[in-house]
Each structure stands twice: as C-alpha cells, then as structure tokens.
Design a protein around this ligand. Structure first.
Ligand SMILES: [Zn+2]
Length: 337
C-alpha cells in the first residue's frame, strides 16, 4: 500500500485523494525488521484452537491480545474496538466517509503442531531469511501486515477515504462462531461491506498442470466443514461362521462410497465482464458459458484430479480421523469393547 498513488478514476467518484510518498530503502529495511520482530513475538504465544473449548488455553489468547495492544498502541488508541467472544476483535477505523466500508480479515488462532519441525514451532526462529513457526503464514503474518500498515498510516496522520474494519477471528481453524458474531455486529450497525479481504490462497508451485511458474491463487469463495457420524448395527458371530457384510464391512463400504462421491464442481463466477466493464451477458448465461466452456475443455480431466488445483473448483471429501466405539449388546445389556 505504501508508495502507491491512488487516484479516483471515475469522474463521479468524489473520494478524497490518497497519495503516499515513496519509502527509502533504509526505512523499508527498518520497517521490515520491526514487523518481523512483532511477528516473532506473536508466534511465540501458542494460541492453538480446539473444537473443545475446555481444551483451549485461554490464557495464551489473553496474552496475545495484550501483546497486540503493546505492539500497536496507536491502532488501539484511535480505532474503535468491539470485543467478540471469546477473543476475537473487531476494529473500526473511521474514514472520511462511511459509505463503501472495507473489511480486512485475519485470524489469531493456529492449528495444533504435528510432525517434525526443523525449528521449534513456537520459537519464531529466523533462519536463512525465513521466519519459522506455527502461524507465520496462517495467519499471524496477515495480522501483523494489516496492523503494521494501519499503525504506520495513523502515525502519518492518514485518514482513509472510507471506513476500514479490521476483523480478527480467534477460532477460525475450528469454528465459524466468532466470525458469525462479527458479521452479526456489522449487520446490527448497518454496515454492508463494499470490499472484504481475507487470507485467501497461497503462492502454489506445481499446482496447475502445464503451468511451470508459481501461481498466486486468489480465493474467491469459502468452504465449510461437515462431520458425519456413521452407525451400523448387526449380529455378532463366531469366526468359524463369519457373517456376510458384517457391520465393520458395511461401515467400510459406506466410507468408500463417501470417498468416491466428491461434491459437484463449479466455477464461482457470477458475472463476466468485457474489457469496457460492461457485463458480457446476463449473469446466468455467463455462468453457464463459464461452466460449459471451461469445465469441458479438459479442466475436468486435468485440473480436478489435482488436489491443489481441484480444490478451487469443488469441495472435496476427506476421510480423516476416526472416533468410534464398538458396542456389544446382549440380552442383559450393552458393553463397550
Ligand atoms: Zn487461516
């Protein structure tokens, strides 16, 4: 954002001009160093989310909020803060106009640590120009980038053209609850976002067949998560007379069927525009065009089977962790095995 010259393009657009001066190389290095130190400090606080609230270290989240306030004093002093349970934050940076509000999103929680790490996940080690740690990419880096930009602009006396909202979730990895409450709060205040920027995709290498260069993937839609419970019942039996399609086999068959039934693929295109900005056609026919043209032109056979590329076009089915019990039922009652 810094160093850019943003001028209104449309003649009817009466937004104030925002002009930013170029930043000298030494100053850029100093700012980068400051941002890196802040990200390291946030990574060192293990804000691991969990589906079970009882297993969440709320003290870590408390410490993270204190650290944020310490790191970004102007932001906390001048922006209006609404706390969203339990540890999500919704800031409003008043602009010259409250029309066309902008929402910048990120989240404060991280997923648990798994596997072997080259550097400890919560030490924030900088090695070979890389910051190592859980949450550096997903998504504390975004938190620092947003807050650091706002802090610098506040210090420079900048007033945004329109209201800017910062929405930082606290359980994004496991639940939509805090995000839903933040949306409720925006609706309650009559805020209808003109533009929302969330974490989105990554720079993916070897993700698209035939494309050698890394691709910056723009996420334009969001998926949900569904957990299903499968329950089968059947008679037990002796190993000498095994039953056909016993409960375990039926369960395995059901799991296989789910695995082979991915969600239907689609392109999240509502409207296609010509270079002049006019709609190419009605939204329905444009969408049809996108589906019939693009989807039949080999994408179905080349892109969808690729895990990274296919994920953009449809929700996949993943048979993940199992949680289950086998219960033996007898005339005298049930017992877990
Ligand atoms: Zn994330």
């Amino acid at each position: 954002m810094l160093g850019a010259d943003v001028r209104p393009k449309h003649p009817r657009d009466r937004r104030p001009r925002c002009t930013f001066a170029p930043v000298a190389a030494e100053e850029t290095a100093e700012r980068n160093g400051r941002a890196v130190a802040k990200l390291q400090a946030l990574v060192r606080i293990p804000t691991v989310s969990n589906r079970d609230p009882a297993l969440v270290d709320t003290d870590a989240f408390d410490r993270l909020l204190v650290e944020l306030e310490h790191q970004f004093p102007l932001l906390h002093e001048r922006l209006e803060l609404t706390r969203i349970p339990s540890h999500a934050l919704l800031f409003r940076w008043p602009g010259a106009s409250s029309e066309r509000p902008v929402v910048l999103m990120a989240h404060l929680d991280v997923v648990p640590v798994e596997g072997t790490w080259r550097h400890p996940p919560f030490d924030g080690v900088v090695a070979d120009g890389i910051i190592w740690g859980r949450g550096t990419l997903d998504d504390k880096g975004c938190v620092v980038a947003i807050c650091e930009a706002v802090e610098a602009l506040l210090a420079a006396g900048h007033v945004p053209a329109q209201d800017v909202w910062l929405s930082f979730g606290c359980e994004e990895e496991v639940s939509p609850a805090a995000a839903t409450l933040a949306v409720d709060e925006l609706e309650r205040r009559g805020v209808r976002p003109w533009f929302v920027l969330d974490e989105g995709g990554a720079v993916a290498a070897d993700a698209f067949p035939g494309v050698a260069a890394p691709v910056g993937v723009i996420g334009v839609t969001e998926k949900g998560v569904t957990s299903v419970e499968l329950r089968v019942e059947g008679r037990g039996g002796h190993a000498s007379t095994p039953a056909r399609m016993a409960p375990t086999a039926r369960l395995a068959r059901a799991i296989t069927r789910i695995d082979r039934s991915p969600m239907s693929a689609g392109i999240p295109v509502r409207r296609l525009s010509t270079p002049s900005g006019r709609p190419a056609s009605s939204s329905a026919s444009a969408s049809r065009m996108a589906h019939s043209g693009v989807m039949s032109d080999g994408l179905k056979t080349t892109v969808l089977p690729n895990a990274s590329a296919g994920a953009i076009f449809h929700a996949g089915m993943a048979i993940g962790k199992f949680h289950g019990v086998i219960t033996q039922t007898t005339p005298s009652g049930s017992r877990k095995l």
